[in-house]
Design a protein around this ligand. Sequence first.
Ligand code: TXA
Ligand code: MG
Length: 315
Amino acid sequence: MQTRITESPEEAALILNRGGLVAFPTETVYGLGAGINFPEAVEGIFRAKGRPSDNPLIVHVANVEQLETAVSEISRDARRLMERFFPGPLTLVLEKSGRVPYSVTAGLDTVGIRCPAHPVAHEFLSLSRCPVAAPSANRSGRPSATSWEAVMEDLDGRIDCILKGEASRIGLESTIVDCTGEAPVMLRAGAVGLEELQQVAPRTTAAGPAREGETPRSPGLKYPHYAPRATVVALEAGEKRKPQGASAYIGIGQAPDGTALARRCGNLDDYARELFGFFRECDRRGIRTIYCELPPETGIGRALRDRIRRAAGGH
Ligand code: TXA
Ligand code: MG
């Protein structure tokens, strides 16, 4: 299939409203969207990404009407979190309505809801005739796409359209909070930090890692993620290693001597914005080992540590 590249939200929405698969920019990462009313397009998302079918998709909305189409119940805490953080880099897990097919939620009775703040995303989603199911626009297991070029690299010829925008401002996926239990639980760290959530909903806690034999509360978190082909090694700040072979470094501090490619980031926000793009660049250049400095666990540092740890697996 020929992938159409456009800068027009109208054209992209037209393709979506005919049952097409459209990648679009958001402030976190690029999404790969299908209208939830198009079961074949929803199936197409899993095919295009090579995504396991038991991993649910986040549903994106632009307004209250689309929100009410997708959910059946909004708890008090959820309402307060929405008032404070929508639109933005936050996904809330809520009870789904009958309009959201089980193919979107992988059989769950809950649905992840996100309302992006990105103006192009907002325009595109407003023009959709239904809420839009969208995972990150990368091949399954690869780092999320934070630019339209990264979407091309993974999905050219496999999807109908790429709505071209600038590189994602945040660069890491949204914070996910489950609001279906007694108290909100943060399932995935992101740009909205735990402390900020707690200012609005004080009972919010962070989910611990799933124990052996237990199903994780966020099904996607059991799969390897965000991983370049190179081996990722997590370094505590100041930790010294002797790089071997073609190696690279990304972090705030000094790169180890002898790395072939080094990216020093001015602050944590820059680090978050650049991490996934850097992983992809390393792969294109045939780098074998990427050293990533682990930042402090505050603000977006928590999300960065999480992604680096996952990419590193046991290293
Ligand atoms: O920033 C983001 O969240 C991006 C943009 C495109 O919105 N999307 C994104 O989607 O990162 P994805 O599919 O790559 O990651 C979604 C995560 C998965 O780990 C999935 O298991 C989890 O959200 N998830 C989705 N629906 C869920 C639900 N009902 N309950 C628990 N976890 C859910
Ligand atoms: Mg993803």
